[in-house]
Design a protein around this ligand. Structure first.
Ligand code: FES
Length: 142
């Protein structure tokens, strides 16, 4: 049973983009995850957490290191324009319409966001840096 682990302060979660961090799964494999604000920002329900991978091609990162683009309160995959709801993670438009992002459980307490997921452990903020450069994921498409 994983203890809750502080990710960042709530004020660091941008209103129009995403906050990127790294987690490790039960096997120790590193993955990226994003925090997304979806409300006024003071309760658990105002912050969502998803693995940072599109449901169209799951090797494609939504946040490529500078924050994922957002429009009308939805996260957009820059590769083929899929839209994902920030509260449910459902793809509402695009090639993977109807699919859901993988959710990680987080809690908010005293202005800080904590990872509270039994399957993932917080590693650090920022992108995974040891899997090649950040542009390598988009080169896969060409
Ligand atoms: S990889 Fe995200 S929409 Fe195609």
């Amino acid at each position: 049973m994983a203890a809750t682990q502080r990710i960042t302060s709530l004020e660091n979660v941008p209103a129009e983009s995403t906050f990127l961090f790294r987690v490790a799964d039960e096997l120790g494999d590193r993955r990226e995850a994003i925090l997304v604000a979806n409300g006024t920002g003071s309760t658990d329900a105002d912050v969502s957490c998803w693995l940072n991978y599109c449901q169209h091609f799951t090797h494609i990162k939504l946040d490529k290191g500078d924050g994922a683009p957002m429009r009308d309160g939805e996260v957009i995959c820059a590769n083929h324009g899929a839209y994902f709801e920030t509260d449910s993670g459902e793809c509402t438009f695009g090639p993977c319409e109807g699919a859901y992002l993988t959710e990680l459980e987080v809690t908010v307490s005293n202005g800080d966001v904590y990872l509270a997921d039994e399957e993932y452990e917080f590693v650090a903020t920022g992108p995974i840096e040891d899997d090649g450069d950040l542009t390598s994921t988009s080169n896969v498409e060409f």
